[in-house]
Design a protein around this ligand. Structure first.
Ligand code: GDD
Length: 332
């Protein structure tokens, strides 16, 4: 039975990936912060359905010793390094801690594997934010990186570290350059979930408005459940390589709003307020991915399209709202 260690297992991607690996017969281990183990109800909520089938270890991206210990004890065949400070806006507020978690944390994981389990394969969660304001659209593996945020810089450094460990030590390390991927498990600070959770609360009469920043920003949004399949596929290839993973279709924040509001019979223009507080010091205006290589070499393709994703997220937030208010229970 293959053994996997997932850092960031409590997050959106970590939880989907853990479910996928369990379904493929893996023994799944996760690294979580000690505080998460102490506040399991909230912090492990995404793992609810699989909690008794995975093994959690306490550790932190800030501690080489804890990562080394976990790798040494578990002796994984595959490590999926997903843990990071992943909110771009926050990286402008505290670039120092973003660099510590995302750069040192990645370095610690790679070095732990090199020392304690050198034959283990490693997946590094790169990001389309590394492209920033890229000189071409769509972006592929050859596109020049031009990050526009401390987050993008930190991911680019993690990507270069991964490449260097692959080349210098012959390790099997792949970076996935994933474009935005969303789901009902997305954190509320990201724009898609912020929109769908507000739409549900507006529809249910709890609030009136949705304050947003740049409505013109354009992203290539896919479904996280589709994207974690690509992570696993990369580590099953004969040689370690980096891959862009994206739907190839991009839409503006405004288009996301239009679809989300209209799905529950509302007009976005009556509720969305542009609030300059949500603008970023430096914006990435457009990201659209060209995942030809992943489609050709991995045989990967997404199942959920943009409209399906928006509907899935709005429906889940509507359901959550009804359950919280007791309507769902009464209807059952
Ligand atoms: N969060 C947020 N909140 N974003 C807003 C808002 C708002 O109120 N209003 C407009 N936006 C715009 C942002 O300026 C950005 O252009 C776009 O919506 C998407 O923002 P996020 O959902 O926060 O995601 P992101 O694109 O910055 O980063 C996400 O995707 C990356 C992959 O490209 C994150 O998941 C990163 O961790 C990931 O690497």
């Amino acid at each position: 039975m293959p053994r996997a260690l997932i850092t960031g297992i409590t997050g959106q991607d970590g939880s989907y990936l853990a479910e996928l690996l369990l379904s493929l017969g893996y023994e799944v281990h996760g690294l979580v912060r000690r505080v998460a183990l102490e506040d399991a109800r909230h912090r492990l909520s995404r793992l609810e359905g699989i909690r008794d089938r995975i093994t959690l270890h306490s550790g932190s991206l800030e501690s080489f010793a804890s990562l080394y210990r976990a790798v040494q004890i578990i002796q994984p065949d595959e490590v999926y390094h997903l843990a990071a400070q992943s909110f771009v806006s926050y990286s402008f507020e505290d670039s120092f801690s973003t660099f510590r978690s995302n750069i040192d944390g990645t370095h610690f994981v790679l070095e732990s594997v090199r020392q304690a389990a050198p034959h283990c394969k490693v997946y590094f969660a790169g990001s389309s934010e590394m492209f920033g304001n890229a000189p071409e659209t769509p972006q592929n593996e050859q596109t020049r990186f031009c990050p526009r945020s401390p987050y993008g810089i930190s991911k680019l450094t993690g990507y270069e570290l991964s490449r260097n460990y692959r080349e210098a030590y012959g390790m099997f390390v792949c970076s996935g350059i994933l474009f935005n991927h969303e789901s009902p498990r997305r954190g509320y600070e990201f724009v898609t979930r912020k929109i769908t959770s507000h739409v549900a609360r507006i529809k249910q009469g709890q609030i009136r408005d949705l304050p947003l920043g740049n409505l013109e920003a354009r992203r290539d949004w896919g479904f996280a459940g589709d994207f974690v399949r690509a992570m696993h596929m990369m580590l099953q290839q004969p040689t370690p390589q980096d891959y862009v993973v994206a739907t190839g279709q991009s839409h503006t924040v405004q288009e996301f709003c239009e679809l989300a509001f209209s799905h529950v019979g509302l007009n976005w223009e009556n509720h969305v307020i542009v609030d300059p507080n949500f603008y970023r010091p430096a914006e990435v205006f457009e990201l659209t991915g060209d995942s030809t290589k992943a489609r050709r070499e991995l045989g990967w393709q997404p199942d959920v399209d943009f409209a399906g994703l928006v509907r899935m997220m709005v429906d889940a937030d509507m359901e959550d709202g009804l359950r919280a208010s007791g309507f769902g229970l009464r209807r059952e």
